[in-house]
Every structure is written in structure tokens, then in C-alpha cells.
Design a protein around this ligand. Structure first.
Ligand code: F0G
Length: 446
């Protein structure tokens, strides 16, 4: 490990610090989340972000090729010998006027950050490159995670690359087929728990503690360090300029937490002048963040979060035997583990939170498929949410907006087929049955 980085509890009345050689997923003293922090004066951070562009000239070096480690001074917690990469982060920021039109924005202002291009088809690989590097640093031999699907696919892929054993916990019947097939194909032991993601998340923490497995959920602070680089790549693709808004789906709230931290650090280092605003979009069937922030007025409050508001809400969920439900299975989560870090990100980025219906998600997904690079349902919550925010006048039509499309369209083919067949949705494009006859076929071609 480097002496420039350490772990620190986010609870201001605790604030315990730990070195990076420890594998912790919660503060051993108070149980709160941990951050990775840096002594920046011990790191040679370039004095302009654009200097990172030089690494493009050296793509034969795997660390320079990686879209995570290209920015390594900004996540400098381990020596190069531990760093893991399988080529993550080769992503595209696509400007898209057709989709801008769909959300009623002006042409030239909407960008889609397509994370489906990652090796396992989702943004998770950014986080795993960092977290598995930490796993190697601490000498882990076995890994585990709970997942709505993408984390399990990514963990399985990186675990077999690093030669670690791998067990993934998924809610039975709660994950999309593409993702399930990946975990199995990549050799993970897959445990289908009779419960939802939140049940799996609880179980996996206990299993990891009891058996000493290395946990790869976003409770792991090193994972979030890798996910910060999604923001660096957006800034890079905008010619080292920051957008006005970042729009991101909210599930376990790891991404939003990582993005807020990325911007706070860049500002602190003088590498950006202003911090963009952030919108976090829930599905209405899994809208804990929206309820807590918009209705129950939960705020970061310099780290002194009103725990009673959270406890009351969760007690209410338990009393109602509530289990979240949305077609965007990736974000079907009602007890997001990074809630407090996300509140901090909202504070840093002057953020807003919205929830969108499954119907809005499916329509937005079809529009992204027809006019963009496609995505899985959870990713489309960004465009559905942006449509609301433009209509409300919160996002201006001529502001520069970057939506993070978190996962590949092939992750959940069932939902796509169901939407399109039988003309179920506004943008359905059903396949047409044809007799095996040339004249009849020609009549059908439009
Ligand atoms: N989009 C996709 C495609 C996801 O897979 C997830 C989370 C999210 C958005 C939400 O991101 O948790 O950072 O707020 N998937 C996790 C999993 C929970 O297990 O694959 P978040």
C-alpha cells in the first residue's frame, strides 16, 4: 500500500482512521461507512486534468490503457504491482440530439455516458478494478457479493481473472437473465436466496465476517474509488470541461456517492472550478431515497444525519413487509447501503432526487435503443428522470447534461422483447410474422 492513503470513518463524531492494509467494510468502532482518503501532498497529482491525456499515447501499458488506472494519481492507494485491470473503462460519451428532443432539451446539449462497453457490460467493472486491487493488497483468497445481477457478473469476471474464489448471492427470481448467465459462465458459485436484494445484502455481510471472505459490494470503499473515474472520463470527453448536470440511476447509491466524492476532490485539488449538479433517479417501486430526501427532509447536515428518520422509515417498511418492485431489477433496492454517502454527494453537488414509473423507464429505454446505443432498464431511468426535470424547469434546455447509462441492453433481453411484442408500449417495434413466400414478404417491407 502507499502511505498517501488511509481509510476514515464518515461519522464526524467518530472519524477513526485505519490504514489501507485492512479489509473493513464498516467502521469497527461505530459501524458507519468508511471513505478512502488521501494525503494529497504526498501524491504527484498533475496540475491540470488534461495532463492525463498523455497516457493515451502509451496504450501498450495496461495501466495507461485502463480507463480507471489512467487516472491513478486520483486513487493512489496501492502500488502498481497490485493493480488489476482487464481493460475496463473504454467508454463513449455520445452526444445525442434525438434523445435531447425526447426530453425537450435543445440540440447539442445532451450526452450519454455509455458504460455498457465495459468487459462485463456494466459500470461495475470500474469499481472492481480498484476493489480487486485492494483484495490483492490484503492477500484475499476468496470473494463474495450480494447483487441484483451486474455486481455478481463483474465480481465473477474479476475474481476468476485474479484467481480468487467467488460466491455471489442473488435474490431468487430477482435478476435479469443476461446477468445470471454471466455469473454462472464466469464460474461463480451462485446462491439464490429466497428473498430480495436487501436480504442478500444482510446475509452476505454476515457470511463475509464469519468466513473471512472479501466483500465486493459498494460498502467496500475501494470500489467507489474506481467508480470516480466515470466522472473523469465524462470531463475528458467534454474537452476537460465539467457538464452542468450529471444524471444517474439510484439503487444501492454507490455511483452517486462516488461521483460526489470525485467532484469534491477535484475541486479541492484545484483541477475543476465548479461542481456540476447531480440528479439521482429512483424507480417508484424502490424509492427510499426519494421518500427520505423529498418527503422526510433527510439531509447530510455535515455528517450529523438524523438517524431516527431512517430508522422510522425502515421500521415502517418492515411492519408493512415491504419488498421493492420495479422492472428495473438492477435498482430494486429499498435499504441502500450508501445512503449517508449519497446524502453527502447531494450536499456537494446541490443534488435533486426523483422517482420514475416502470412505464416511463420502459419508454425511455426504447427511445435510447432506437436513437442511442441502447441500455438496460435501470440506466433508462436517467432519461425518464431528466424528462421530468426539464418539464419542471429544474434542468434548463440549454444546459450541458450527462446521463450515465450504467448497463448494456443485452443484460435484460426479456424485458425488451416483452415491451416490443404485441405493441405493448408507446415505442414498440414488434417483429412481424410472415409466410415463407416472396410476394407476401415484399408486401410487408415498409
Ligand atoms: N444501474 C445498473 C445497471 C446497476 O446494475 C445498478 C446497481 C445501478 C444502476 C445502481 O447503482 O447501486 O450505485 O446506485 N446494481 C447493483 C448490483 C446493486 O448488484 O448489480 P448504485
Amino acid at each position: 500500500m502507499t502511505d498517501a492513503a488511509y481509510q476514515k470513518c464518515i461519522n464526524p463524531s467518530c472519524g477513526e482512521e485505519f490504514d489501507c492494509g485492512q479489509s473493513l467494510f464498516k467502521c469497527p468502532k461505530c459501524g458507519e461507512l468508511l471513505d478512502v482518503r488521501y494525503n494529497w501532498d504526498k501524491i504527484e497529482v498533475p496540475n491540470k486534468l488534461s495532463e492525463f491525456a498523455k497516457r493515451w499515447a502509451n496504450r501498450g501499458n495496461a495501466l495507461d490503457f485502463s480507463g480507471v488506472w489512467r487516472f491513478r494519481e486520483l486513487l493512489d492507494f496501492c502500488e502498481d504491482k497490485y493493480k488489476v485491470t482487464i481493460g475496463e473503462g473504454q467508454t463513449i460519451l455520445q452526444q445525442n440530439d434525438a434523445i435531447a428532443g425526447y426530453v425537450d432539451m435543445n440540440a447539442g446539449h445532451l450526452y450519454l455516458q455509455y458504460e455498457g462497453l465495459n468487459p462485463s457490460g456494466s459500470f461495475k467493472d470500474n469499481g472492481m478494478a480498484a476493489a480487486f486491487s485492494h483484495a490483492k493488497l490484503v492477500g484475499a483468497t476468496a470473494s463474495a457479493c450480494a447483487s441484483t445481477g451486474n455486481t455478481s457478473a463483474s465480481v465473477a469476471l474479476y475474481a476468476h481473472h485474479c484467481n480468487l474464489k467467488c460466491t455471489v448471492f442473488i435474490g431468487s427470481g430477482r435478476i435479469a437473465f443476461g446477468k445470471l448467465s454471466q455469473g454462472i459462465d464466469y464460474g461463480a458459485q451462485t446462491i439464490q436466496v429466497q428473498g430480495d436484494f436487501d436480504d442478500c445484502m444482510r446475509q452476505v455481510q454476515d457470511v463475509c465476517t464469519k468466513l473471512g471472505l472479501y466483500l465486493l459490494n459498494s460498502l467496500n470503499p475501494f470500489r467507489l474509488e474506481g467508480q470516480k473515474t466515470i466522472m473523469y472520463r465524462i470531463i475528458e470527453a467534454l474537452g476537460w470541461d465539467v457538464p452542468d448536470w450529471i444524471i444517474v440511476p439510484g439503487g444501492n447509491l454507490g455511483n452517486s456517492s462516488a461521483f460526489g466524492k470525485a467532484f469534491a476532490e477535484l475541486k479541492q485539488l484545484g483541477l475543476i472550478e465548479r461542481i456540476p449538479r447531480m440528479a439521482i433517479i429512483n424507480a417508484t417501486g424502490a424509492d427510499t431515497l426519494t421518500e427520505l430526501v423529498n418527503n422526510r427532509k433527510l439531509i447530510w447536515n455535515n455528517g450529523n444525519v438524523n438517524q431516527a428518520i431512517i430508522d422510522n422509515f425502515y421500521a415502517d417498511l418492515t411492519a408493512r413487509h415491504f419488498s421493492p418492485h420495479t422492472c428495473a431489477s438492477a435498482i430494486e433496492i429499498s435499504r441502500p447501503v450508501n445512503l449517508k454517502k449519497c446524502l453527502r454527494a447531494i450536499d456537494i453537488c446541490n443534488g435533486v432526487v426523483r422517482a420514475v414509473t416502470d412505464e416511463e423507464i420502459c419508454d425511455a429505454k426504447a427511445v435510447i435503443g432506437r436513437f442511442g446505443l441502447g441500455c438496460e432498464p435501470a440506466s433508462a431511468a436517467t432519461i425518464a428522470g431528466l424528462k421530468h426535470l426539464v418539464a419542471e424547469g429544474i434542468v434548463q434546455k440549454d444546459q450541458k447534461v450527462a446521463c450515465v447509462l450504467t448497463g448494456h441492453p443485452l443484460k435484460d433481453p426479456n424485458l425488451t422483447i416483452n415491451y416490443h411484442k404485441d405493441k405493448k408500449g408507446k415505442f414498440s417495434n414488434p417483429p412481424i410474422e410472415a409466410p415463407n413466400d416472396l410476394d407476401e414478404i415484399i408486401k410487408l417491407i415498409k
